[in-house]
Design a protein around this ligand. Structure first.
Ligand SMILES: Cc1ncc(C[n+]2csc(CCOP(=O)(O)OP(=O)(O)O)c2C)c(N)n1
Ligand code: SF4
Length: 299
């Protein structure tokens, strides 16, 4: 029996197929493949606004997406996903509708319809791949860009802190929200499966390495995210019903410098990276307080 995958196996059933336009080391490539894996054979319907994620498909008439995919404007992505989900429900066709968007589409341009869909608790799995810039248009700052990072519009390093999108989504009291790391495979798959089993609005946020915008080496992408988690810069946690917290990993003392010095977007960072350290401290004080006051049972 041949061990070579047939063209059908290779090209027809995957969310993301070979031949896509992602840069080497792009976090989306891992995220989309793990999304596929965690859905255990179920084919999602994707809704993707005008970010790198829709360029990924390639030029018409071909497409690198192996599942039904709708391209939307930024402002309408969550609304389009709500509509698709409602039609599936009306037709009695069970389906998972995934809204796959960058941070520009999530934190900034699409936040109105995102908020509306979350407030209505529409049955959508919303996944933000957060590369902390507007990657597709040359790496401008977004409200997800961290303090100190150099972008094409913050040439001396950003002055403001990263927006806390998880807290904003928790404020909508949605059934499930979680952060995901492309360096923590089992945790990533588990959270997608938890989200899949939950009905209503689900929000997942994954820090998505972008060698082009972060000015990092493609082969370091996964390691960078591992350092972001270990240093406490990108905490892994879950929020149930907008109130009950489960913290999945604690900082292990890895200095945040190990993360920033490998990315040339941080070349203007002062050598001690003090603002990022105080951001980490504040973030963990907040998360620890929430998890203590409102623990998730079994956490
Ligand atoms: C309303 C609107 N504003 C601006 C643009 C131009 N634009 C196209 S892609 C893009 C960047 C989007 O960034 P993000 O959502 O973070 O995704 P990424 O490109 O990083 O994958 C922008 C600003 C647009 N298409 N529509
Ligand atoms: S610019 Fe960044 S997010 Fe866009 S495809 Fe390249 S690595 Fe991925």
């Amino acid at each position: 029996m041949s061990t070579v995958a047939s063209p059908e196996e290779l090209y027809c059933h995957n969310v993301l197929r070979p031949g896509n336009t992602n840069c080497a080391g792009c976090g989306m490539s891992i995220g989309l493949r793990w999304l596929d894996e965690a859905l255990d054979g179920e084919k999602p319907t994707m809704v993707i606004p005008a970010c790198c994620g829709i360029v990924t498909a390639g030029a018409f008439p071909t497409t690198a997406y192996g599942v039904p995919t709708a391209a939307s404007t930024f402002a309408s992505a969550a609304a389009v996903a709500s509509g698709v989900s409602a039609v599936y429900a009306l037709n009695g066709e069970p389906d998972v509708v995934v809204c796959w968007t960058g941070d520009g589409g999530t934190y900034d341009i699409g936040v109105a319809t995102l908020s509306a869909a979350a407030e209505r608790n529409d049955d959508i799995l919303y996944i933000c791949y957060d590369n902390e810039i507007y990657g597709n248009t040359g790496g401008q700052r977004s409200s997800a860009t961290p303090e100190l990072a150099v972008t094409s519009t913050t040439t001396k390093g950003k002055s403001e802190r990263k927006k806390d999108m998880m807290a904003i989504m928790a404020g909508h009291r949605i059934p499930y929200a979680a952060t995901l790391s492309v360096a923590h495979r089992e945790d990533f798959l588990r959270k997608i499966r938890t989200a899949r089993k939950t009905s209503g609005f689900r929000f997942l946020l994954t820090l998505s390495p972008c060698p082009t915008g972060w000015k990092s080496d493609p082969e370091e992408s996964v390691d960078l995210i591992r350092h972001a988690v270990r240093s406490g810069l990108f905490p892994l946690y879950e929020i149930f019903d907008g109130i009950r917290y489960r913290l999945n990993e604690r900082p292990d003392g890895t200095p945040v410098e190990e993360y920033v010095t490998r990315q040339r977007r941080y070349t203007k960072v002062p050598t001690d990276a003090a603002p990022l350290k105080s951001y980490i401290e504040d973030q963990w004080r907040y998360l620890d307080a929430m998890a203590k006051a409102f623990p998730m049972e079994g956490a």
